[in-house]
Ligand binder design. Structure first.
Ligand SMILES: CCCCCCCC/C=C\C=C\CC(=O)SCCNC(=O)CCNC(=O)[C@H](O)C(C)(C)COP(=O)(O)OP(=O)(O)OC[C@H]1O[C@@H](n2cnc3c(N)ncnc32)[C@H](O)[C@@H]1OP(=O)(O)O
Length: 281
């Protein structure tokens, strides 16, 4: 088992430090006492998910799995936005090959994070719409700071969230609430999200949120890791397998959907109406 000896722990910490120097968009640190890793998303200014950030998240998750991480806290370097979801500018008039890779990497991130063998907590220290909510939902526990929004607003932008993400929402807040939330594309304020169970706890500061996250991770200290991860796989495996079976087909549908002129028109309108930065004409 990892971290059984101080030498193992030191090796892993050094490894992660070295790794983090190679990843400018995701900073990874390891608490040497607890063995918990903190992965901080730091793509300016809103951690919008472009191919580069998604690739780095995917590599980070792979390394954490390989090194038998004891627990992960996922958070943001911004004090306003956890992640603004997919990079909408990269979806506008896109290069088909690039968005193909982007969707495929997004699927990989979900498979690795939703299916990780180690426990995971999202410290949602800023807004988390769409893909930002997806990252938080993939974790096992969510601690959110006050006065932000979270939710799957895909319907508002003109499409449906993919099946695996709908599954993640349903598994978290139940079918009835998921239907209300997804069909309206609702973005919930922190307190509302707590009421429906989309987040588990509210914190007043990032420090308090990290403490709550560590408390959650510490609950597993005496549970055999293989028993924990087998149970998690039993609970989440069917949803993951459904995506694995349909991965390529979904990428094809997504590329067709996003490159269609109707989607491009509604995306253009959404950007002009909702984002400060505008499209160059
Ligand atoms: C069968 C399978 C296929 C099914 C088909 C499915 C098709 C799916 C296609 C796409 C899927 C998408 C899922 C997504 O994740 S879509 C992304 C949705 N995101 C949003 O709606 C968020 C939009 N942003 C906001 O609401 C706000 O910016 C917010 C995050 C709340 C932060 O607000 P605030 O603090 O006031 O900051 P600003 O609005 O001033 O923004 C700061 C700068 O960031 C830029 N920005 C914001 N969001 C994005 C984004 N998503 N992508 C790129 N850039 C973004 C914004 O323009 C500002 O830029 P600048 O500083 O240059 O002015």
């Amino acid at each position: 088992m990892a971290f059984r000896t101080a030498r193992n722990l030191a090796y892993f910490s050094n490894y992660i430090r070295n790794y983090s120097t190679n990843g400018p968009l995701v900073n990874v640190t390891v608490n040497e006492k607890s063995g918990f890793a903190t992965a901080t998303l730091q793509r300016p200014s809103v951690n919008s998910l472009n191919l580069e950030l998604l690739t780095e998240i995917s590599h980070t998750l792979q390394q954490l799995e390989k090194n038998k991480c004891r627990g992960l806290i996922l958070t943001s370097a911004s004090n306003k936005v956890f992640s603004a979801g997919l990079d909408l500018f990269e979806l506008h008039k896109p290069n088909a090959d690039k968005i193909k890779q982007m969707w495929s990497t997004l699927q990989e991130v979900w498979i690795k994070l939703y299916g990780s063998s180690y426990p995971t907590v999202a410290v949602v220290n800023g807004h988390a719409p769409a893909g930002g909510c997806m990252l938080a939902l993939s974790c096992e526990y969510r601690v959110m700071l006050n006065n932000f929004i979270i939710g799957l607003n895909e319907a508002q932008i003109g499409f449906s969230a993919p099946m695996w993400l709908i599954d993640g929402m349903r598994n978290t807040i139940g079918s009835r609430q998921a239907e209300f939330a997804l069909t309206a594309g609702t973005l919930f304020k922190t307190e509302e999200a707590l009421k429906i169970g989309l987040v588990d706890e509210v914190a007043q500061s990032k420090e308090e949120a990290i403490e709550k996250a560590e408390k959650f991770l510490n609950k597993f200290a005496k549970i055999p890791p293989h028993a924990r991860s087998m149970t998690k796989a039993a609970l989440r495996g069917a949803n993951i397998q459904a995506l694995v079976r349909n991965k390529d087909e979904e990428v094809r549908s997504y590329v067709d959907f996003v490159t269609d002129s109707q989607f491009q028109d509604s995306l253009g309108e959404f950007i002009e109406l909702n984002l400060k930065q505008k499209l160059s004409k």
